[in-house]
Design a protein around this ligand. Structure first.
Ligand SMILES: Cc1ncc(COP(=O)(O)O)c(C=O)c1O
Length: 439
């Protein structure tokens, strides 16, 4: 890799969530990733790493999977992209059909309709705009407010960011956000809605509640109590509020089932999918909803009930072809069955970290793990020390690539094709990284 390319990166590129002063410092040598195969990524110097966070929680079946590669190539021979606005295409139709079939169709309100977009943030934007316009179309104009949870993360576009509850990410934009009421728990939600004092919002002013089911990712892999999602579904049913499940991180097997909602037998009114939807190969997202929501948008032109939302790459054929191949891999390679054993292996390996003096806690949800690093006294590290980031840098030397979330939580969530030995190697790389930085 010529140095001139890195110099050009430093001159022209702006990386997300990155202090560019340090990135561009002469002594900083960016890691240039040039190839991948299976669970491994290769850098420009030929060094190999386990993709420990699945390239920001996107990759499922490994890099350059022959079936996904072939599906994209085959589609490329026909056409890469055509508009979904006014036209349709076979890949998007088939994918919509398969996505719907992943959800129970005997639910009281089954998910039957699919709206495609580009990424996690747009899948959420789409869900909240659909919920708002659905209430408008139904004449429920007072239902114009959303509930979300403290520490939530639903993306960075202004709408998705309005729902966010992580001060460092969202606080600075708060004056531009639409109003969202944040609650910390199911208990608080129930208490507020049952309060004897009439409340302007609870519950009749609420269009929808948005939740990361089972586990809040960017918050630091925080687990919700078991049963909470089912309770939230019941609360939404009681008050006529939409349940919007953000399965952007949890969807497509991450929690051990196809969707996190399955663990509690919940079918939401809206589901946002992205990241792993295309196997992590292409930017593609889908928002699923019910027939009853969809029907609220039907009417004559003068009624202006059509959904006023869309993106240029909606229903992108290459992305949909990749997603169809990814779903075929789930079936043909019995991915979820194989994953069950690997989830147990991950649990066994993580258990060896629990007594480490610099590990304050270890949480696991399926094939997602969060490891909190602490000072030997048990006190958290000052975020300014960038300890968790430095541990990830140290783990690189032992063949693992990952990034922390929100300060002091290390993340392990590799592609599902990782071997048992590579799981052990990943956890060992974390241990060595912690030892080198904290020891
Ligand atoms: C739960 C959740 N929702 C939404 C998003 C936003 O997705 P994207 O970065 O693709 O816009 C993320 C990203 O990490 C996420 O974890």
């Amino acid at each position: 890799m010529p140095d001139s390319l890195i110099a050009a990166d430093k001159r022209h590129c702006w990386h997300p969530f990155t202090q560019m002063r340090d990135w561009c410092a002469p002594e900083h040598e960016p890691l240039v990733l040039v190839e991948g195969e299976g669970v491994l990524l290769r850098d420009s110097k030929g060094r190999e790493y386990i993709d420990g966070n699945s390239s920001i929680w996107t990759n499922l079946h490994g890099h350059r999977h022959p079936k996904i590669n072939a599906a994209i190539r085959e589609q490329l021979e026909r056409v890469a992209h055509t508009s979904f606005l006014g036209f349709t295409n076979p890949q998007a139709i088939r994918l919509a059909e398969e996505l719907v079939a992943l959800w129970p169709q005997d639910a009281p309100q089954p998910l039957t309709r699919v709206f495609f977009s580009d990424d996690g943030s747009t899948a959420i934007e789409c869900a909240i705009k659909m919920a708002v316009q659905c209430c408008q179309n139904r004449g429920q104009l007072q239902r114009n407010r959303f509930l979300a949870f403290t520490h939530a993360y639903h993306g960075d576009t202004m709408g998705a960011s309005s729902l966010g509850g992580i001060n460092a990410f969202h606080g600075r934009f708060s004056s531009f956000h639409f109003p969202v009421t944040h609650v910390a728990s199911m208990k608080e939600l129930v208490a507020r809605s049952e309060s004897a004092t009439p409340h302007p919002i609870f519950p009749n002013g609420i269009a929808g509640v948005v939740i990361e089911p089972l586990i809040q990712g960017a918050a630091g892999m925080r687990l919700w109590p078991a049963g909470m999602l089912a309770q939230l579904r019941a609360w939404c049913d009681l008050h006529g509020v939409f349940l919007i499940a953000d399965e952007v991180m949890t969807g497509f097997g991450r929690t051990g089932k196809m969707f996190a909602c399955e663990h509690e037998g919940v079918v939401p009114d809206f589901v946002a999918c992205a990241k792993g939807l295309s196997g992590g190969y292409m930017p593609l997202a889908a928002t699923l909803t019910t027939e009853s929501v969809y029907e609220a948008f039907l009417g004559g032109y003068a009624e202006m009930k059509s959904f006023f939302y869309g993106h240029s790459f909606t229903g992108n054929q290459l992305g949909c072809a990749a997603a169809l191949a990814s779903l075929a891999i789930f079936r043909e390679e019995r991915v979820l069955e194989q994953l069950a054993g690997k989830i147990e292996t991950l649990a066994r390996c993580l258990a060896t970290l629990k007594d480490h003096p610099n590990v304050g806690g270890v949480r696991q949800c399926g094939f997602i793990a969060g490891i909190d690093v602490v000072q030997t006294s048990g006190a958290p590290f000052d975020v300014a020390s960038q300890t968790a980031a430095r541990i990830c840098l140290a783990a690189r030397k032992h063949g693992l690539l990952t990034r922390p979330v929100t300060g002091n939580t290390l993340v392990l969530m590799p592609p599902y094709c990782i071997s048992e030995a590579q799981i052990a190697q990943s956890v060992e790389a974390v241990r060595l990284g912690i030892g080198e930085v904290c020891g």
